[in-house]
Design a protein around this ligand. Structure first.
Ligand code: NAP
Length: 390
């Protein structure tokens, strides 16, 4: 049976990997309903033509006329701006691949949740900033939520959801990023290019920087807490540089189940696209003899304070994770633009958490969308102010 799919963020790394798999799938297995981008009009138009998409949305509304002109000979509806993105997400599809980067993905993904589309969730920031609201919407609409982040996808594959009392711990693995062995002194000097050069994974720029600071693992910790309904104390992080084990579940009898595979996002994406079946991918099979060794280390919270901040934000509850996420988005952007140093990223986040905790105080009760938007805006303003004063 043909599955229809919309890809929110089709021009990014996850979007391209998803389209790569769709292009290789059996003819008629999938049909593309909608595609979206922020600014990349050329690639979005190309994708829409190649995959015969019915609807496209460009988040930057100033580019609407360019996109319309490129698609004038085709039967494609062109939507634009943040509202256009939400409109696209509302178009019925069997699967929505949520692959927009950052908090910008929240509203369109929530719109797809409300539509009842199965959500293949790559965008972790949705759950970080609005975990309670998001999971509540998933429950209310009876939406199927399939994690695409490789760690959460690994856990999803080995988690005994029927018998949660048998689960002792979730163990998230982390590659450790490009600076796993870099001294604190040397971290002061690292460049944008050094930070973008991830040793194992090929990803978009924001998540690459998050991997270098270990904020990515922190955001994943919060994501795991919401997805699998576990407290911070039951989620460990271990550094595993080879990135062969994508995460693990420890059971009360001492058994540990893991999912393994080559570090290639097409495996978790394919799992979500074909679930509950499996589909073939061109991902290189594991050759254990060639891998030889798998090693594991404790994460270093002194050199990588972002992971500590994320755990603190998760434990604080309320608005804290949303504040952390927004401050991090601002700081990563500033680092990519060469305005702040690598170590300033975590400092900016810590300062936003401290400042907002000190003045407004965190709401420790579950927060609704209005509170999420308010906390996000305050954190962005605080982080920008901090950066200007550096
Ligand atoms: N890449 C990975 O391997 C990986 C693994 C696990 C989880 N994830 C998660 O998946 C998400 C996407 O990551 P990615 O690496 O694919 O990111 P990416 O390569 O930067 O792509 C992001 C996509 O979102 C669009 N976009 C950016 N800003 C937007 C905005 N303000 N409004 C609407 N659309 C916007 C981009 O459009 P333009 O091309 O026009 O800029 C692009 O299509 C992130 O949440 C990330 O944490 C990624």
């Amino acid at each position: 049976m043909t599955r229809s799919i919309t890809i929110l963020g089709s021009t990014g790394s996850i979007g391209l990997n998803t389209l790569d798999l769709l292009g290789r799938a059996e003819p008629g297995a999938f049909n593309v309903v909608g595609l979206s981008a922020n600014k990349n009009v050329d690639l979005l138009a190309e994708q829409a033509i190649q995959f015969a998409a019915k609807h496209v949305a460009i988040a930057d509304a100033t580019l609407e006329s360019q996109l319309t002109a490129k698609l004038s000979a085709y039967d494609v509806e062109v939507l634009a701006g943040p509202d256009g993105l939400v409109e696209l997400a509302r178009r019925s599809a069997d699967i929505t691949m949520a692959a927009i980067v950052g908090a910008a993905g929240l509203e369109p993904t929530l719109a797809a949740v409300a539509q009842g589309n199965t959500i293949a969730l790559a965008n972790k920031e949705c759950l970080v900033c609005a975990g309670e609201t998001f999971m509540d919407a998933v429950r209310r609409h009876g939406t199927t939520l399939l994690p695409v982040d490789s760690e959460h996808n690994a856990i999803f594959q080995v988690l005994d959801t029927e018998r949660p009392e048998g689960i002792r711990k979730l163990i998230l693995t982390a590659s450790g990023g490009p600076f796993r062995e870099t001294s604190m002194e040397a971290l002061k000097q690292v460049s944008r290019e050094d930070a973008l050069a991830h040793p194992v994974w090929s990803m978009g720029s924001k998540i690459s920087i998050d991997s270098a600071t270990l904020m990515n693992k922190g955001l994943e910790l919060i994501e795991a807490a919401w997805l699998f309904n576990r407290p911070s104390s039951e989620i460990d992080v271990v550094v595993h540089p080879q990135s062969i084990i994508h995460s693990m579940v420890e059971y009360v009898d001492g058994s540990v189940l893991s999912q393994m595979g080559s570090p290639d996002m097409r495996t978790p994406i394919a799992y979500a696209l074909a679930w509950p079946s499996r589909m073939a991918t061109p991902v290189e099979p594991l050759n254990f003899a060639r891998i030889g060794q798998m090693t594991f280390f404790e994460p270093d919270l002194e050199r990588f304070p972002a992971l500590r901040l994320a755990r603190e934000a998760l434990e604080a509850g309320g608005e804290a994770a949303c504040v952390l996420n927004a401050a991090n988005e601002v700081a990563v952007e500033a680092f990519l633009q060469g305005r702040i140093s690598f170590l300033d990223i975590a400092r900016t986040c810590e300062q936003a958490l401290d400042k907002l905790a000190g003045t407004a105080g965190f709401s420790r009760t579950p927060i609704d969308m209005q509170a999420v938007i308010g906390a996000d805006q305050r954190a962005r303003a605080t982080a920008n102010e901090h950066i200007v004063n550096l």
